[in-house]
Ligand binder design. Structure first.
Ligand code: CDP
Length: 205
């Protein structure tokens, strides 16, 4: 594949972006960055009492190794720090540099196709109904030993969607030229196949 080649994958909480992004990156032999981890790492440091802007400015590789990044509390904190323009600005250069690395890259997040990489060669917007997304997130949390219930997870997902879609800076929305993939009725294999097919179609175009 020609380099650099950027694939932007955006969508709401627990839509399956992570699984699809990893599989697409492996299929096309590209590096992958889960940009949500950057916001989660800043959120985790805020929960430890740090100022989120200072945390974003001093974010280090080790912050991404924090085993607590996948918890529900950190997810909510991430979407709170993500509304702060200075936090987003601090994380911008790292994401853009990653996107243009030689060999190409897949980035997944909320604003990759709209703000971080508006020139991305391929943009996907992966979505699913809130109920399907909450069901998947509940299974994921349970697998990882977190005790919670469907109503709590659904409320968390909706609260985060609301914050992500309605913030002033880089709100969650599909880029105009994004391919929308609704995974509500797709299993993992079918969702990956749809994403790979969409990338192939764009590359041929
Ligand atoms: O995995 P999940 O979809 O639940 O969330 P995530 O991708 O890890 O993102 C966590 C939070 O970070 C989101 O709810 C957003 O508020 C924020 N985020 C963002 O604002 N911009 C991005 N590019 C990625 C994440």
């Amino acid at each position: 594949m020609m380099s650099p080649f950027t694939i932007a994958i955006d969508g709401p909480a627990a839509a399956g972006k992570g699984t699809i992004s990893k599989a697409v990156a492996a299929h096309f032999d590209l590096a992958h960055l889960d940009t949500g981890l950057l916001y989660r790492a800043v959120g985790a440091r805020m929960l430890q009492g740090e100022d989120p802007i200072a945390a974003a400015q001093t974010l280090a590789a080790g912050d991404l190794e924090n085993p607590d990044l996948r918890t529900a509390d950190v997810a909510q904190a991430a979407s709170k720090v993500a509304v702060i323009p200075e936090v987003r600005a601090s994380l911008l250069d790292f994401q853009r540099a990653f996107a243009r690395r030689s060999g190409g890259a897949v980035l997944d997040g909320r604003d990759i196709g709209t703000v971080i990489c508006p020139q991305a060669e391929v943009k996907l917007f992966v979505t699913a109904s809130p109920e399907v997304r909450a069901t998947r997130r509940l299974a994921e949390l349970s697998d990882n030993g977190f005790k919670t219930d469907f109503e709590t997870v659904l409320a968390d997902v909706k609260a985060r969607d609301d914050r992500d879609m309605n913030r002033a800076d880089a709100p969650l929305r599909p880029a105009e030229d994004a391919v929308i993939i609704d995974t509500s009725d797709l299993d993992v294999e079918a969702a990956i196949a749809a994403a790979v097919a969409a990338v192939d179609a764009r590359r041929r175009a």
